[in-house]
Write a protein that binds this ligand. Structure first.
Ligand SMILES: NC(=O)c1ccc[n+]([C@@H]2O[C@H](COP(=O)([O-])OP(=O)(O)OC[C@H]3O[C@@H](n4cnc5c(N)ncnc54)[C@H](OP(=O)(O)O)[C@@H]3O)[C@@H](O)[C@H]2O)c1
Length: 331
């Protein structure tokens, strides 16, 4: 197969278009013929091998897995000997290894079936960002009547978090920059704060939960904006150094909230079939509408990663050559 491959750690410029062997699934994996994928910040962290923590898993000196990419939608084309419940030819989405190539490997517990009416590019926009948003709101105890602040409301996770919180019956305040104010409002946020024009200073609580994708507000300020017992859900943070990266921020948050009666909830999302299924059903029903800023072709993988590295993405960036499923699913 032809795929972009990273023979060493580095930016998108290290990617070379190469002929590689089609990967074989392990007994507990399925192989997916990839029809669409989407880019997450994790992909460029893994490509660069930054912070160093990612090398502990991915290879210290050079990447063991040279084709990056995680979010995937496609058609199962081979099933490992120990896998049951998934068959060749079925439409699936979730997270996989090597999703920016034409074939990717995945464990069934990280996949769900794609319902009718959901295209590959839309299904591929859901896994990491959608599951993260869903789980963040759950961990923050968000329910009908909750007052929620979403910082970084216009990005991949944020655009899902705003919509899912509104759907749960919460009242949402979103934080973004001037060009994204209307977008965040259109997703259902009742108040939108423009952080570039001093809007953060005027923020008034108390909130039941803060979902923070950015880590730009001082912990003291976050604590003051929460009601007693409220939750500061930490999804992302500043770079935080070359060893642990954003995880440093997550650990600091935990320490900063030891006293004061508010909870810090740092967490790493886990991509699971039940949550994927929940997201896909909402999309099929029209109650969740992924925001796809741009779709790159499979020959433009380095550009797609570059785009997400700017940290200015509105919603999701998708990689796909097809707008819909093939008429006949033969593999
Ligand atoms: N803990 C986990 O399991 C987990 C899972 C997924 C992602 N993450 C992390 O969560 C973070 C968000 O992920 P993502 O996929 O949403 O990233 P993303 O799509 O790349 O986020 C881009 C968005 O961030 C916004 N932004 C940048 N600086 C901002 C600021 N100072 N204040 C408010 N908004 C700002 C931008 O909006 P403007 O252009 O309007 O500023 C843009 O829309 C990343 O750090 C990612 O690594 C963690």
């Amino acid at each position: 197969m032809q795929a972009f491959s990273a023979p060493r750690y580095g930016g998108p410029e290290v990617l070379v278009h190469a002929e590689l062997a089609i990967p074989d699934p392990a007994p507990d994996q399925v192989r997916i013929r990839v029809l669409a994928s989407s880019v997450n910040p994790l992909d460029w962290h893994e490509l660069r091998g930054e912070p160093w923590l990612v090398r502990a898993r991915g290879g210290v000196r050079r990447p063991r897995q040279t084709v990056v990419g995680s979010d995937v939608a496609g058609i199962v084309d081979e099933v490992g000997t120990e896998v049951s419940g998934i068959q060749v030819g079925q439409r699936v989405f979730g997270t996989a290894v090597g999703a920016f190539g034409p074939f990717a490997l995945a464990r069934p517990k990280r996949l769900a079936f794609v319902p009718d009416g959901v295209t590959p590019p839309i299904a591929a926009s859901l896994p990491v960002a959608g599951c993260t948003a869903l789980q963040a709101l759950r961990k923050g105890g968000v329910e009908s009547g909750s007052k929620v602040l979403v910082v970084g409301a216009s990005g991949g996770v944020g655009t899902f978090a705003v919509q899912l919180a509104v759907a749960a019956g919460a009242s949402v305040t979103g934080v973004c920059s001037t060009p994204n104010v209307e977008l965040v409002r259109s997703l259902g946020a009742s108040t939108v704060i423009d952080y570039t024009t001093g809007g953060l200073d005027a923020l008034e609580g108390p909130f039941d939960a803060i979902v923070d994708n950015i880590g730009s507000m001082p912990f003291r300020r976050c604590r003051a904006l929460l009601r007693h017992g409220g939750a500061y859900v930490v999804i992302g943070g500043p770079d935080g150094g070359s060893v642990l990266g954003p995880l440093t921020h997550l650990a600091r948050a935990k320490l900063a909230f030891v006293f004061g009666g508010r909870r810090a909830v740092p967490f790493l999302a886990s991509i699971e079939s039940a949550d994927l299924d929940d997201l896909a059903r909402r999309v099929a029903a029209g109650t969740l509408v992924p925001v796809v800023e741009r779709t790159f072709g499979s020959q433009e993988v380095p550009d797609a990663i570059r785009h997400v590295e700017t940290r200015r993405t509105r919603g999701k960036v998708v990689i796909s050559d097809v707008p819909d499923w093939p008429a006949k699913e033969t593999v």
